[in-house]
Design a protein around this ligand. Structure first.
Ligand code: C5P
Length: 206
């Protein structure tokens, strides 16, 4: 059983996917962490995020065991991740791990940008989670605050818009809703409501 959850930054897809995995008893992979780890390694080694050869080498030698690092979710790493994620060779290097994870028994839930379109086009259920740019900026604002930073709302809006444009506008595996994915707009939903809606959508499919 494979469940694909895609959507833009700060749409709530990660929280949702983790809870769904616990509910259904499936393995869970936040695929954004793979791109974040490559970006983190790249920054640590002082490489340019656009240096295809250097970044691809890092992606090929990535050890997914190191993914639990809380530092990967730090504000700022997501922007760097979306730069390395534009490189087709980097995406190719991370594909096999994601596909083998998806086949774990009794099932797996993967969240990202291209799970329903590229990584697992034959997933049993697909949900594209979204929310308005303003709502997502508010969520990101609260995350930065919780991380001890003093965010600026205009800056958050700008970051979200730039990330959306980069993720949806790239040539390799752009973020988009798969034709057979259900749309879940969480703008007006709290996590409980979104979770109930997602469970309902999945149960209709599996
Ligand atoms: O989901 P998260 O914000 O952690 O992802 C960080 C970045 O990694 C995204 O903005 C996107 O560019 C990239 N990504 C991707 N494909 C995925 C997951 C993440 O391109 N499946």
């Amino acid at each position: 059983m494979i469940i694909a959850i895609d959507g833009p930054a700060a749409s709530g897809k990660g929280t949702l996917a983790r809870r769904l995995a616990a509910y259904f008893g499936y393995h869970y992979l936040d695929t954004g962490l793979l791109y974040r780890a490559v970006a983190r390694d790249c920054l640590e080694l002082g490489h340019d995020l656009n240096d295809t050869r250097a970044v691809t080498t890092l992606a090929c030698s990535l050890d997914p065991v190191r993914l639990d690092d809380a530092g990967l979710r730090a504000p700022g790493i997501g922007e760097a991740a979306s730069i390395v994620a534009k490189i087709p060779e980097v995406r190719a290097a991370l594909l096999e791990y994601q596909r083998s994870f998806a086949n774990r028994l009794p099932g797996a839930i993967l969240d990202g940008r291209d799970i329903g379109t590229v990584v697992c086009p034959d997933a049993d259920a697909k949900i594209f989670v979204t929310a308005s740019v303003e709502e997502r900026a508010k969520r990101r604002f609260r995350e930065y605050e919780a991380a001890g930073e003093s965010p600026d709302m205009e800056k958050m809006l700008e970051l979200i818009r730039a990330r959306d444009a980069r993720d949806a506008g790239r040539g390799a595996a752009p973020m988009r809703r798969a034709e057979d994915a259900d749309l879940l707009d969480t703008t007006e939903m709290d996590i409980e409501t979104a979770f109930d809606a997602a469970v309902g959508l999945i149960k209709r499919k599996i």
